[in-house]
Design a binder for this molecule. Structure first.
Ligand code: ADP
Ligand code: MG
Length: 441
């Protein structure tokens, strides 16, 4: 669930902090600074170690510590001591004076390749921290780019930090916290600039869907039966595998002649959640004899598990062999809205937990991001020379689910697992789905 929150927060522009400490660090930056317009950070320091630590922290937080422009490096070289590093981090060395901080900061902020700067000052007896703070803020005020301070040390540093804060430069005790705060600002800035994408609509048969939902609600049935599930999905343009629902063996055999082999036999009942766990799924049946044998084996298995046979229907489906299995679902989460889910499906979904979530309504960009976000995305794109599945179709099914949940808030939960994906659009279909309604609506 934690990953779901992460995705939702990202979608809604909520900045997530892992600790209270971090929350205040980020708030301090947001309250005082302009937002960075990109992710390229410059670091100015008077001590090499903390400079490198800051650069590493920036990189791992998603910022880039880019090489400064040549012209900037030249200007820095001309004024700073000969041994100073001018790439990035800019290291003024221990002799760096308050005036050097100002000069260096002005140069890096002028550089078009820099979106933000972190100024690290390690306290030295000979340099006055308050002076460094004053010079740093004087330079920062000339630009519309965020500058974060990091004044390290204990003795005598406090007045410098106070001076920074007075001049609206947030100061952090260590470079890592400054880097993390800046990275959060950068992500927020990206979110503000993000194209929200369009929420497409599709022609659907809303009346037919409404009749199904209404009739279940009138009968106070939370779970739709197999026929209703298939019809509801189909009315919203979500393909379902060709099937027949039957009761006894003779009916099943007859239905087998109406479908194309190979077939799949399944047991459906409100009691059964995971059919394959109780021997309720027989795959790849090549002929009527195999259907018959599968039926008898299934009956024995159901009996041995103590399942009431009166409530069981048998589903005969066409087998969609060789598809890549996806799970698509939705869940109306209290206080949140409806979450739409996409992931690699099948019987291992609980173990793999490779799923992406977004809040409805989905834009096309959301749907696209959901597909590419899961770890198993390369499997959908095809590995070892396999052709990719129809990703456009997968995206479309998510958008159609989003439309369905907007039109029918009565749907509390839905799981299509698996939805079989193929390179060919017309082969893709749901082979197992559950829909639960919220009866109080
Ligand atoms: P359950 O999830 O209740 O155990 P499913 O109907 O999802 O039962 O079937 C379990 C697995 O069997 C699926 O994940 C899929 O691998 C396979 N399967 C089921 N139906 C089909 C079908 N029509 N074509 C191909 N494979 C199928
Ligand atoms: Mg299933």
């Amino acid at each position: 669930m934690d990953r779901a929150f992460d995705a939702l927060f990202k979608q809604c522009g909520v900045i997530r902090a892992d600790t209270i400490d971090e929350m205040f660090d980020i708030a301090l930056a947001l309250a005082n600074l302009p937002l960075p317009q990109g992710n390229r950070a410059a670091i100015i320091t008077n001590a090499g170690g903390p400079g490198i630590m800051a650069a590493d922290a920036c990189e791992s937080a998603g910022l880039q510590v880019v090489e400064l422009q040549e012209s900037t490096q030249k200007k820095l070289k001309a004024k700073l001591v000969a041994d100073a590093s001018v790439g990035n981090p800019v290291d003024l060395l221990a002799g760096g004076q308050p005036e050097d901080f100002k000069f260096a900061l002005e140069q890096v902020l002028t550089d078009e390749k820099v979106d933000a700067a972190i100024v690290i000052f390690v306290a030295l007896i000979i340099i006055n921290p308050t002076e460094v703070a004053l010079k740093t803020s004087a330079a920062a005020q000339e630009f519309d780019k965020p500058v974060l301070g990091c004044f390290m040390g204990v003795q005598g540093v406090a007045p410098g930090i106070a001076e920074l804060h007075r001049r609206r430069i947030p100061a952090y005790p260590f470079p890592e916290s400054a880097a993390r705060a800046l990275a959060s600002m950068m992500r927020y800035s990206n979110w503000l600039k993000k194209d929200p994408g369009a929420t497409p609509s599709f022609p659907v048969d809303k009346d037919r869907a409404k009749a199904i939902v209404q009739s279940a609600i009138t009968q106070q049935r939370a779970f739709l039966n197999v026929d209703e599930v298939s019809e509801l999905l189909t009315s919203y343009g979500i393909a379902c595998v060709k099937y027949r629902r039957r009761k006894g063996l003779a009916e099943i055999i007859q239905a087998a002649h109406e479908l194309t082999f190979p077939l799949v036999l399944k047991a459906a009942s409100s009691e059964i959640v995971h059919k394959s766990e109780i021997g309720g799924v027989k795959l790849n049946l090549q002929n009527v004899n195999e259907v018959e044998r599968a039926y008898h084996e299934m009956l024995d298995s159901l009996k041995s598990k103590g399942i009431a046979l009166e409530g069981v229907s048998f589903i005969l489906q066409e087998m969609l062999a060789g598809g890549r299995e996806a799970i698509m679902g939705l869940h109306a989460a209290q206080g949140f809205g409806t979450l739409i889910m996409f992931g690699l499906g099948g019987i291992h979904v609980e173990v793999l937990q490779d799923v992406a979530f977004r809040l409805a309504p989905l834009s096309s960009l959301d749907a696209e991001a959901m597909l590419s976000e899961i770890k198993g995305y390369p499997i959908l794109k095809g590995i070892r020379g396999e052709p990719p599945v129809d990703l456009e179709l997968a995206k479309e099914v998510l958008l159609r689910l989003s439309l369905l949940t907007q039109d029918f808030p009565e749907i509390q939960e839905m799981d299509i697992n698996p939805f079989m994906l193929f390179p060919q659009r017309n082969k893709c279909a749901a082979v197992d789905a559950r829909i639960r309604l919220h009866l109080d609506k």
